[in-house]
Structure formats: structure tokens, C-alpha cells
Design a protein around this ligand. Structure first.
Ligand SMILES: [Zn+2]
Ligand SMILES: [Zn+2]
Length: 468
């Protein structure tokens, strides 16, 4: 090769390189081959972008028969399938898994409020789909290229993947791992009796006796904790803990405010308690959930229906500290717009369905979202967890720009699944976190619709679906 490559030469080189090793390490070209192919010339030719797309497509399309433990095609299993607006348990036949997929025999799956729309509501999928976005079980088969888990492992199929090698993971943001784009590989995993293909929500599903997941979503957990408790680490419990232990890590003695005492908010309460927070102030309209928050570590619970208009100032007052002497570590008093808590977690969301218990002053969730920002002190941390708010929200420009509040969002509160799930297991084992305390009901596969109705009604806290 010379120094005067034409663009079509570059393109051909990339395609050959990608096609020869679609999923494994790419062979290094000979020195003479690489010579003269500068990154600048490749960029100029637009070839790098083309290579990226080609690699992703190649990964999604790979279908070499390579199951380490023998063929699984045709294996019968049952799952909840959502077709149109109908949710029903169906008999399915498994398709062959791919070289980097893991076949999990599900033992438990977390009932998540977000999923109520997909099981009970009017949110349809494009194709018949197994709902949910997490699960727990035992690895029954692995594709030939899977390294992270082995058959027989107890494995969490987490709502967030962590590949460890994509751009986001390498830059410290696995909660935004590029494998989260499940459209790349969410192909049918099974067929119904009439031949209709079935996919999994988010390439995970969960309300099924079988989950087929890319290994990037699979976290092996080496513990003897119960399946139901561990299933919460793929969703609600892990999200609340991560909100207090990752980007907005609670500091000892700090003031923490948690909006919402559902399964996620209660996990945030426990996470804050585990860090020896000072005050843990919980804002929750449902009486039995306020009681639960007190049991799990809240120091104060407030009903947002009481003094709704003065809630923000009331919380700020609670966070003034023991002195108003500014030269002695004190803070400004009433009316100071940058006063508030050190760490705030918004986990209330909006009502997707009319609850059968008390409801807050604003069913859209936007009021709580705005209040959560208002009660975060200047320089404090606000972590946003709920995804159920409906509508847009605005902020005063100057304060939005100048108050130095750090806002953290992100999948599952910023969880780094491979790092965090094992340490959450240890925290549960040591008694720092009580996972069992938030599980108030379990349902079998045939009771999934009933279970989700209780989740939608908010009459239960943590609902777990158990299989086998
Ligand atoms: Zn969820
Ligand atoms: Zn990644």
C-alpha cells in the first residue's frame, strides 16, 4: 500500500477486517498493510464511521450455531406474552441461542411500576413481547463465546448492561453502556404454537420461565441469599441504592431528602442509612409507606398533601443545621433560596394508574420533581430516578445556571452492575440493607396480571414473581 490510498481502498480494508472477526479480537494487519493508512486519512474518507456501523450490524447478525451445551432449539417453556392490548400466559418453543447469549432458567423477577403500562395499560409493543426488564435465575446454557457466566451459575439479568469495553463503559458510565441499545440485538427468542415470533422487552423480558440475554446483561452472584431478594438487584432495590452510593454518594452526617417511599425510595432510605446520613427526610402521601420508611431508617416523614405550598421551605428549615452563625459553620436562615439538603433523591414519579390508596397533590409527578430540585442546597446533589412524570418542566434560568446543584440521572440511579450488584449482595449479607423488608407479595407466573394490578394500585410495596 502506498501513501495515496483512495477512499474505496480504505472502505474495503475496514469491511474485510470486521467481517473476518465479527465478535472476537480483530487481527492486526501486517506492518506494511497498516503503513500509510493514517487515522486522518480514514477519517477523511468517512471510513471510521462506516466501520463502527458495520461492526454493530455484524454483531447483531451473527448466527453461527455455537451453543456450548448443545442445542436448545425447540425447548418448551411458558411466559407472559403481550400481544396488542392482551396479556396472557403462552406455551412457547425456544429458538437457538447465539454465541454470546445466555439461557437463564428464571426463578424470580421483580415487579416494577414502570412495567404496569406494558402489562395492564394501553402501551403496546410492535410485536408479541415478553414484558419486564430484569430477572434472576440459573444459567442453563451459554453460547460458545460467553465468558462471564457458566452453566449452573446463579445470575442476575440486570435492567442495565455493563460490557466494560464500549465507549461509555471506558469513560466511567456503564449505566449508559452502549449495549443498552437493545434494538441492535433484540431478535425473536421463541415462537408461539401458531408460529408467531416472540421477542423480549428490552432484550430481557423476565415474566417467563426462560430469559435469553446477551452476556453483557448477566451478573453472576456468588451468594446463598434467596432468589426473590436478589431479583430486586436487577431493578428497584439496586436503583435506590445506586442513587445514594454512586454519583450522588451520601456523606456521613449529611442531610438527605427522599421523595417517594415505594420500593425504590425505600431503597434510597436504606442506602442513606448505610452511609450514616444525618437526617433522612421522606416525603410520601401514602400512610403505610411513610410507616415503612420510618422502620427502615427515615428520621422524619412528611405528607406532601399537608402544607403543600410550604413544603419546600419546611424542608429547608429542617436543614438549617444547629447554628445560624455564618462564621461558625452556620447557614442562612429562612428565605435563602440556595438552602436545603445535601443529597436529594426523587423517586416518586407520576401516577400511571389511579392508585387505590392516598395519592399526592399532583398525579403528573411534576410538582415533586420541581420540589426535589428546590430543596437541594446550592452545591448539593439531586438524583432523579422516576421515569413516570408526564409533561415538561421549567426552571428559573439564573438559579438553574448558578446554583451549582449537581443533577444525576441515568439508568438505575447510575448503577455499575458488575461492580455494584456484588457489593449490594455483601451489604445485604452483612445486614446493612434489608431486602426482604420491601417484599410484601409474591405471585406465580399465572398470577402476573393480578400482581401487576397490585403494583398499579400501590397497595403492595415490592412484588416479586417466582417461577419453578
Ligand atoms: Zn424497572
Ligand atoms: Zn458498555
Amino acid at each position: 500500500m502506498s501513501d495515496t490510498h483512495q477512499p474505496h481502498d480504505v472502505q474495503r480494508f475496514i469491511e474485510v477486517e470486521v467481517a473476518s472477526e465479527p465478535a472476537g479480537p480483530v487481527e492486526q494487519p501486517e506492518q506494511g498493510e497498516r503503513a500509510g493508512m493514517s487515522r486522518r486519512s480514514m477519517l477523511k474518507a468517512g471510513a471510521l464511521a462506516a466501520a463502527t456501523l458495520t461492526a454493530g450490524q455484524a454483531r447483531a447478525q451473527e448466527d453461527a450455531p455455537a451453543v456450548a451445551t448443545g442445542s436448545v432449539a425447540g425447548m418448551p417453556f411458558r411466559a407472559l406474552v403481550r400481544s396488542g392490548t392482551t396479556s396472557s400466559v403462552e406455551d412457547l418453543r425456544l429458538r437457538e441461542i447465539k454465541p454470546r447469549q445466555v439461557l437463564v432458567r428464571t426463578t424470580a423477577s421483580c415487579g416494577c411500576y414502570t412495567i404496569t403500562r406494558n402489562v395492564l395499560g394501553d402501551r403496546n409493543f410492535d410485536a408479541p413481547t415478553i414484558p419486564n426488564h430484569s430477572g434472576f435465575g440459573v444459567v442453563e446454557a451459554v453460547g460458545a463465546e460467553v465468558r462471564r457466566v457458566r452453566t449452573g451459575d446463579r445470575v442476575l439479568v440486570c435492567g442495565t448492561p455493563e460490557c466494560g469495553v464500549c465507549y461509555q463503559c471506558l469513560h466511567g458510565n456503564p449505566e449508559a453502556c452502549n449495549y443498552l441499545n437493545s434494538q441492535l440485538f433484540n431478535e425473536p427468542i421463541a415462537d408461539m404454537a401458531d408460529g408467531t415470533a416472540v421477542i423480549q422487552q428490552g432484550a430481557i423480558g423476565g415474566l417467563s420461565e426462560i430469559i435469553v440475554a446477551m452476556e453483557e446483561y448477566c451478573i453472576p452472584l456468588f451468594t446463598d441469599l434467596p432468589d426473590g431478594e436478589l431479583s430486586l438487584l436487577g431493578d428497584t432495590l439496586a436503583a435506590g441504592l445506586s442513587a445514594t452510593l454512586t454519583y450522588g454518594r451520601v456523606e456521613p452526617g449529611s442531610d438527605v431528602v427522599v421523595f417517594g417511599a415505594g420500593p425504590i425510595g425505600l431503597a434510597a432510605v436504606q442506602g442513606a442509612r448505610s452511609q450514616s446520613a444525618g437526617q433522612i427526610i421522606v416525603i410520601e402521601p401514602v400512610a403505610y409507606r411513610r410507616e415503612k420508611a420510618l422502620e427502615l431508617g427515615a428520621t422524619t416523614v412528611l405528607d406532601p398533601n399537608v402544607d403543600t405550598d410550604t413544603l419546600v421551605e419546611r424542608v429547608r428549615e429542617m436543614c438549617y443545621g444547629p447554628t445560624d452563625r455564618l462564621d461558625a459553620g452556620g447557614r442562612y436562615g429562612p428565605g435563602y433560596r440556595y438552602g436545603g439538603a445535601d443529597f436529594v433523591i426523587e423517586a416518586s414519579g407520576g401516577d400511571l394508574f389511579p392508585p387505590a390508596v392516598e395519592t399526592g397533590p399532583d398525579t403528573t409527578g411534576l410538582l415533586a420533581l420541581r420540589q426535589s430540585w428546590d430543596v437541594t442546597r446550592g452545591g448539593g446533589h439531586l438524583t432523579l430516578l422516576a421515569a413516570g412524570q408526564q409533561g415538561d418542566i421549567s426552571f428559573p434560568t439564573a438559579r438553574f445556571c448558578l446554583s451549582t446543584r449537581s443533577i444525576h440521572g441515568g439508568q438505575m440511579g447510575g448503577m455499575h452492575p458488575m461492580r455494584d450488584a456484588p457489593r449490594y449482595v455483601t451489604m445485604i449479607e452483612r445486614g446493612a440493607i434489608d431486602a426482604a423488608a420491601v417484599i410484601t407479595a409474591t405471585y406465580p407466573l399465572d398470577g402476573v396480571v393480578d400482581g401487576f394490578q397490585r403494583v398499579a394500585d400501590r397497595t403492595e410495596l415490592g412484588v416479586v414473581f417466582v417461577f419453578g
